[in-house]
Design a binder for this molecule. Structure first.
Ligand code: SF4
Ligand code: SF4
Length: 234
């Protein structure tokens, strides 16, 4: 995996290119997801600091930094706080280690949700982009995702973590409060986050894929496209 040669001089352009490749793959018309359907927009969303910094920049560029106050108001609310990243989990499973049970609080809307619409839609993290269900979750009570799409989602999540391996991973509320409080947001822009205080965890480089054998041939083309990303410096 060390052969991944991705230019990180322009993180938002890099993410845009990753998202473009995913958009080419995905078929939104095959999903039941519709504008205003927001049952999946909970306080449990997680993301990398790369994605978090893009959200903060988006809010800044659109004069919506006031939304961060709403995010900060939720600092004491229950939410999912990850203890391991997907790349870390993949390595741990390969070592045969037992995984602690993770707790996902059921209540609570994402602080970036306004009138059932995402206030940062163009900059929403990949975990939100890839969350699509073939049937309306409000009717079924769960998201219906086909297994191959799930594998593709894992591929992209692992890749984004890989390119942000100098950064950190956390719940969206924690991440935005932390990034917005930093005097120098540029530390995130140049991919040089040094600190990793609790409840954050360190992103890990990709050393193996979390893809079942039956899907490995199918993801090969997308994997090549991701490896081939070359983003011009800003
Ligand atoms: S994943 Fe479920 S709740 Fe979310 S937009 Fe799609 S159908 Fe609606
Ligand atoms: S960031 Fe946007 S899309 Fe994601 S959970 Fe929050 S409101 Fe929904």
């Amino acid at each position: 995996m060390n052969s991944l040669m991705t230019n990180l001089n322009n993180p938002s352009t890099l993410l845009a290119e990753i998202y473009r490749i995913y958009d080419d793959f995905s078929t939104p018309e095959a999903s039941a997801c519709r504008k205003g359907c927001s049952a999946c927009c909970t306080r449990n969303v997680t993301l990398t600091s790369l994605e978090g910094s893009c959200i903060v920049h988006y809010l800044n560029e659109n004069n919506r930094m006031n939304l961060l106050e709403k995010v900060a108001e939720q600092r004491h609310e229950p939410r999912f706080r990850p203890e391991i990243t997907l790349n870390g989990l993949t390595e741990s499973l390969a070592r045969g280690e037992e995984q602690p049970e993770e707790v996902y609080p059921l209540e609570g809307k994402c602080p970036l949700l306004e009138n059932d619409l995402c206030a940062v839609y163009p900059a929403r993290p990949f975990g939100c982009r890839c969350f699509q269900s073939r049937r309306n979750c409000c009717e079924t009570g769960y998201a219906d995702v086909d297994p191959f799409t799930l594998s593709v989602n894992h591929l992209f999540l692992q890749f984004i973590e890989h390119v942000d391996a100098g950064g950190i991973f956390a719940n969206l509320t924690d991440m935005l409060i932390y990034i917005a409080s930093q005097a120098n947001l540029e530390a995130y822009d140049d991919h040089s986050v040094r600190e990793c205080p609790a409840p954050f965890i360190r992103n890990r480089p990709l050393s193996m894929l979390f893809i079942p054998p039956e899907h490995r041939d199918g993801i090969r083309g997308l994997w090549s496209k991701l490896q081939g990303i070359r983003v011009p410096a800003a």
